[in-house]
Design a protein around this ligand. Sequence first.
Ligand code: GLC
Length: 441
Amino acid sequence: MKKIFITTCLFFAILQSNSQQKVNPESIRQKMQWFADAKLGIFIHAGIYSVDGIDESWSFHNKKISHADYMKQLKGFTLKNYNPSFWADLIKESGARYAVITTKHHDGVAMYDTKMNNLSIVKATPAKRDMIKPFFDELRKRDIKCGAYFSLIDWTHPDYPGFLNDSSKYILEKDYERWNRFRQFFQGQIKEIGTMLNPDLWWFDGDWEHSAEQWESEKVRNIILSNNPKAIINGRLQGYGDYETPEQNFPVTRPKYAWWELCMTTNDNWGFHHDENWKTPYQIITIFIDVVSNGGNLLLDFGPKEDGTIPEEQIHVLKELGAWNKKHDEAIFNTLGGIPQGHFYGPTTLSKDSTSLYLFLHGNVDGTIMLKGLDNKIEEITVLGNGTKLSHKVVGKISWSPVPGLVYIDVPENVKDKYVTVLKLKLDKPIKLYRGQGGFN
Ligand code: GLC
C-alpha cells in the first residue's frame, strides 16, 4: 500500500514539475537517479562582488552602490591563489556528489571564457583566466558531477530591460527587436557553455523576471538536451526544469515533489561577505539530515574571496560535515527519505530495499528512545560508525490486537556522536507501518 502511495505521489510530482513538456516519466526517472542518490551538493558563488564583499549583483540593482562603482570591482578580481584541485579535494572530503558554480550571475560578468561579449573575468579582470573549466576538470577527476549556475537575468547587458530596480526599464513589448537581440545573446552563451563545459546539471536563476514565452524556455531546454540528453535542469526555467529549488527556507512537512533541493548559505550571504553569522557544523549537519529524511538534497553554498581562497570558517564546516558523512555514509547516501512523522520523534531514512531503518538522534540524545507503529521484527540495532549493538524492548503489545507495541531502545552515553548519533535498525522484511488510531479502529 505504502509502495502504491509513494509511486502515485512520484508520478504526480513528475507530471507537476514537467507540466508543460512532453516527457516520458521513466526516462526522466532514470536521468534523475544520480541526483536522487547524491543528497549533497556544494554551491559556489564566485564573482567580482567578492572584491568589496557586497551583495552579489543585488547591491547595484537595489541602489546600495552605483553600477559604475560595482563594476570597478572588475579591477580587483585576481584569482591569484586559486587552486581548483584544492577546491575539488575539499568538496570530495565534504561527501558531496556534485558541485554547482556561478558561470554568470545577474551582474552579467561571465566567469568563463565567453566569446559572446567582453564582459568576462578572462577579458576584463587581472585574473585573465577562465575559472570554470579547470574546476570542472578537477571535479571530474574525482567523479563529482558538474553543475553550471547561469543567471537568465543580465542586468548589465545593453539589451536587457534595465539593471536598476526602478522605472528605467524599457518596455519589452514595445521593443521586441532589442529583446530578440538579448535572447540570441543569452542563448548563445548557453550553447557555448554546453560545448565548452558540458555540465551535468544546469542551475538557472532569475526566471521570475520574464515568462516562459519571453525566455523561450522550451527552446532553451531543447538546446541543452540536444547537446547532452542526460543533463539535469533545475526548476527555475518557468516550468521547464526537472526539480524544485526552495531557497533558504526549511520545509516542515515533506514536500510533494519527486526531486527537490534546498539551497542554503553557510552564513547569511551567497558570495564572500563581511558576515560572521556562520551556521555551526551541528546546525548544518542537522539541517542536512532533515532535508535528506524529507526526500531532498542540500546544496550548501560557499563564497570564495577574490583571490580564489575559501574562508576558513567554510573550510571548517565542510570538513566537519565530511567527517560526519564518512562515519554515517550508509544512512545518508543512496537512501530513501524516511518514514512519516509520528512514529519517531526525529528524522529517519530508509535503505533502498526498506529493510533498514536509520534513526537520527538530534540534540545529543542519550537515554531511552521510543518508536511507535513499527509492524516488523527488529533483527539487530547498531550504532553506526561505532559498531556497538543495542538491545530493545517491545512494550504494550496486546496479543489479539493488530496494533504493534512500542519499541524502547536504551542509548548509552558512551556511544554518542559529537554531532548526531545514528542507529541502524535491521528489520526482518521491508518496513511495514501501522498508521491507525490505536483502539479506535
Ligand atoms: C537568489 C538570488 C541570487 C542567488 C540565488 C541562489 O535567486 O537572486 O543572488 O544567487 O538566489 O539560490
